[in-house]
Design a binder for this molecule. Structure first.
Ligand code: NAP
Ligand code: HSE
Length: 428
């Protein structure tokens, strides 16, 4: 359209997500004016290695000089899809302080420096949006900040890491052990060359910190989140889960309770009837409970080129509309409370404990007594004899404080009749 306003964008990063953003802008650009009242143009793309072969974008768009973006007054929106803390943090701050709006997918940064960045956006009247930072293509930040804003939210529970959900699905459905399932996830490109952040629950921990901050209106940072990964889950644990009518999932759990926010990521046994139990493969889902809306669940692809670009471009379109209607900086930090985060040791959970013990009289009674001393109430006991002289005991507890259970566990570990503590998994 002639005389249509053009909003110029600087793209930081042209990897998986950056390439998706480039493709989606190309695919959408004819209709951008109808959607926002302005056309969109990528002015420059910042990359690390300018010599890398890239056939999918015009070479004149590429730069390895940040100055080409920050010093270009025509660029109104910066899309940050480089990842990592630095230089992304400094670049985003500089962009906001120069009056540029920022859209980012960077969960590491938002989970740690969200307040600093949102304060900078507020001080400059600029937009800082980050829908893609949690659960990729699934809308969850905007629903929490806007659609559900009239609710008192007390629970956010999510499967927010696709790699681990894929691994656990393979273990559950095909009987694979962890290592074999991880190799398959790597082969398919779900797991990265270094899968630590996924399999140890760190990636999910960052996403849960961001969701809890927004849902409960109080800042939760990554270091507040207790994280445990899935590396110790075995095919045998999965067999028991099946026997109990449950599945094992890596779950991010956040509760807003009267005595503080509880926030953690760990594997959990979930009843097969829970809506999250049917989330298979690399899919993600987030389950939210609000006092007015009741239960809501969001489901979809939590990663990948186009799903993630979809979330980013939703944010970019919002910024373009805000620019057109002169209302940028409308929704900034929503953490107006200061609710303490409860120490994890005080959180109550139900536990599944699998252990190998000497198979002789009095052992079970002694174990039950240890639990009694540590105020742990037992709800279920299963005993299977594995070899001559050894029995596998599975004990499921009622909801008890973490430290009561962990103290009992230490006591059990030290008993002469205990051959091995094989696994400890929480139950939802
Ligand atoms: P990626 O494939 O590794 O791409 C990173 C891009 O950033 C590359 O183009 C790289 O340049 C560029 N870059 C890195 N450091 C740079 C620096 N110092 N200066 C200039 N350019 C730099 O990463 P990605 O998977 O697209 O992820 C990007 C972000 O999106 C991360 O924050 C990630 O957590 C988030 N995210 C990713 C997904 C997903 O599915 N991948 C989903 C949700 C959120 P070169 O090309 O020259 O190396
Ligand atoms: N590595 C993440 C996952 C995707 O497996 O879900 C990026 O957040």
């Amino acid at each position: 359209m002639e005389n249509t306003k053009v909003i110029k964008v600087g793209l930081l990063g042209l990897g998986t997500v950056g390439s998706g953003v480039y493709k989606l802008i190309e695919r959408q650009k004819e209709e951008m004016c109808q959607k926002t009242g302005a056309d969109i143009k990528i002015e420059k793309i910042l990359v690390h290695n300018i010599d890398k072969k890239r056939d999918h974008v015009p070479l004149e768009l590429l730069t390895d000089r940040w100055e080409d973006i920050i010093e270009n007054p025509g660029i109104q929106i910066v899309i940050e899809v480089m990842g990592g803390i630095e230089p992304a943090r400094t670049m985003i701050l500089q962009a906001l302080n120069s009056g540029k709006h920022v859209v980012t997918a960077n969960k590491d940064l938002i989970a740690e420096y969200g307040k600093e960045l949102l304060d900078a956006a507020e001080n400059n009247g600029t937009d800082l949006l980050f829908e893609a930072a949690v659960a990729g293509g699934i809308p969850i930040i905007r629903p929490l900040k806007q659609c559900l804003a009239a609710n008192e939210i007390d629970e956010v529970v999510g499967i927010v890491n696709g790699t681990t959900n894929y691994i656990l699905t393979k273990m559950f459905e095909e009987g694979m052990e962890f290592q074999e399932a991880l190799e398959k996830a790597t082969e398919l490109g779900y797991a990265e060359a270094d899968p630590t952040a996924d399999i140890e629950g760190l990636d999910a921990g960052r996403k849960v910190a961001i969701m809890a901050s927004i849902a409960f209106h109080s800042r939760v940072v990554f270091s507040d989140v207790h994280t445990e990964g899935i590396t110790k889950i075995t095919a045998r644990d999965i067999l028991y889960a099946k026997e109990f009518g449950s599945v094992i999932k890596l779950v991010g759990v956040a509760h807003n309770t009267v005595d503080g926010i509880e926030v953690a990521v760990h594997p959990m046994m979930l009843s097969q009837e829970h809506p999250l139990a049917s989330v298979r493969d690399a899919f993600n889902a987030v389950f939210v409970h609000g006092d007015a809306v009741d239960d809501v669940m969001f489901y979809g692809r939590g990663a990948g080129e186009l799903p993630t670009a979809s979330a980013i471009m939703g944010d970019v379109i919002d910024v373009m509309r805000d620019i057109q209607y002169h209302c940028t900086g409308r929704i900034s930090c929503t953490c107006y409370r200061s609710t303490p985060v409860k120490p994890f040791r005080e959180v109550r959970n139900k536990f599944f404990l699998r252990m190998q013990v000497e198979n002789k009289p009095g052992v079970l009674a002694a174990i039950a007594s240890v639990f009694g001393v540590h105020k742990v109430s037992i709800s279920k006991v299963i005993q299977k004899v594995i070899t001559d002289g050894a029995a596998e005991l599975v004990i499921v507890t009622e909801a008890v404080k973490e430290y009561h259970f962990m103290d009992a566990l230490e006591h059990l570990r030290d008993m002469e009749t205990t051959r091995e503590i094989s696994s400890v998994i929480r139950e939802y």
